[in-house]
Ligand binder design. Structure first.
Ligand code: SF4
Ligand code: SF4
Length: 421
């Protein structure tokens, strides 16, 4: 095993291969607070990539209701349980190192899925994991909208009501795709080396000609985003809509487009881009890149289960009404700071949040032009001031893609067409 630096964990980590990083990395931020589980993303992916015979149970993009839902069923509870068993002394995060680039959330003390497996069975599989059963793949949307906590009487409002910071009865929607991890478990586990990470954008792909369907990737991916196809007897996974990323979609005119699931998002929760990396795999400073801003400057977006050790490239703005211990387990120790900042956004954060889904073209930079003050008041005991700033998104070539304002325009329908457009 090689030793690689995992900046999510703030430490060196054992991994079967030496570290190698792309110049730019496919990454995304999902704002869970906005997801309405309309499943437009799910169907956009399904109708593009997995509509064929043998792919019936494959949902490369899915949205599950937490805490009970999961596709495949119980995927995270199961891998967390395995990790628990492999860490009899517990897992913990210790202090912050002050090095924001290499250790923004402190140091993870515990074994990752790569280190735990070595400890349990040194000579066998390279990654701690399990193979889901056919039944577990069968019901992608099971437990939709099932809450946890005290229940109200059907048809009546909850007697005591709900209030932030944490609701007593709660659920939330977790939208998921492959994280195109920096240290992919699927790649690490493949005995045929059929899985590779593209040097140009870090997208993780399975070479369909090389794969022999051993399902080691399915077993190893802790997010269960590598899937086996029975009729071709090879495994498949999300390809990050790479023709769109490359600007080869017929509609793109040569401009990099975001993936289908991002572009279809009704709730405007999704933003995807290509972030610049340093030679050590950390994110290179790129102050005006919206993803860099959300992850490294505002620090509102956090990786999903960083303790697994794959350094996933999907980041989430956590749901603010959910009990914090649950969220800390899921997104690590940055949760409290992220929610505090999201609940009390400054002028720049409010403007950057407007960039989500104003265009399907990939944003490589933004600029804010200050506008007039439009509101002053108090919210949950704090003074707030709103400005109608304009935020401009720029493309790969530095050209303006679009501009939008913090105040959304109000459209009044004519009395002639009150109920339709
Ligand atoms: S999420 Fe799973 S399938 Fe995707 S790159 Fe990471 S380990 Fe591989
Ligand atoms: S399209 Fe957007 S809002 Fe709808 S389920 Fe998917 S992520 Fe959530």
């Amino acid at each position: 095993m090689a030793q690689v630096h995992n900046w999510h964990l703030g430490r060196e980590m054992a991994y079967p291969y030496e570290a190698a990083f792309p110049e730019r990395q496919f990454a995304f931020v999902f704002n869970i607070n906005r997801c309405i589980a309309c499943q437009s993303c799910t169907m956009a992916c399904k109708s593009t990539w997995t509509f064929s015979k043998g792919q019936e149970q494959m949902w490369w993009a899915n949205v599950e209701t937490k805490p009970y839902g999961g596709y495949p069923m119980f995927w995270d509870a199961k891998i967390l349980e395995l990790l628990d068993r492999a860490n009899p002394d517990g897992m913990a995060w210790t202090g912050t190192s002050g090095d924001d680039r290499r250790s923004p959330w402190g140091r993870f003390e515990g074994r990752t899925i790569f280190e735990a497996q070595r400890m349990l069975t040194p000579d066998s599989a390279r990654v701690l994991g399990y193979l889901p059963t056919d039944e577990e793949w069968n019901s992608p949307n099971i437990y939709e909208d099932n809450p946890v906590g005290t229940r109200g009487v059907p048809g009546e409002y909850h007697k005591t009501g709900e209030a932030l910071p944490e609701h007593k009865t709660w659920f939330f929607y977790l939208a998921r795709i492959c994280n195109h991890c920096q240290y992919p478990a699927c790649l690490a586990a493949c005995p045929r080396k059929a899985i590779y990470k593209r040097p140009e954008d870090g997208i993780v792909l399975i070479d369909q000609a090389e794969c022999r369907g051993y399902r080691k990737c399915v077993e190893a991916c802790p997010y269960k985003k590598s899937m086996y196809r029975g009729n071709t007897r090879v495994s498949e996974k999300c390809i990050a809509c790479y023709p769109r990323i490359e600007g080869k979609d017929p509609e793109s005119g040569g401009i990099p487009l975001e993936t289908r699931c991002m572009a279809a998002c009704i709730g405007q929760i999704r933003m995807q881009g290509l972030v610049k990396l340093n030679r050590d795999g950390t994110w290179a400073e790129d102050r005006q890149h919206p993803l860099y801003y959300l992850v490294h400057v505002a620090k509102v977006a956090l990786p999903l289960y960083p303790q697994f050790g794959t350094e996933p490239n999907g980041y989430y703005i956590p749901p603010r009404w959910v009990p914090r211990p649950y969220l800390r387990q899921m997104f690590g120790p940055g949760v409290d700071q992220a929610i505090e900042r999201y609940e009390n956004p400054d002028r720049e954060l409010l403007a950057v949040l407007q960039l989500f889904r104003r265009s399907s073209k990939m944003i490589f930079g933004y600029k804010i032009v200050e506008g007039p003050k439009t509101y002053e008041g108090t919210l949950r005991g704090r003074t707030i001031t709103l400005y109608n700033d304009t935020v401009i998104g720029y493309g790969k070539d530095g050209k303006e893609l679009f501009r939008t304002t913090v105040d959304e325009p109000i459209h009044v329908r004519s009395s002639q067409h009150a109920n339709s457009i």
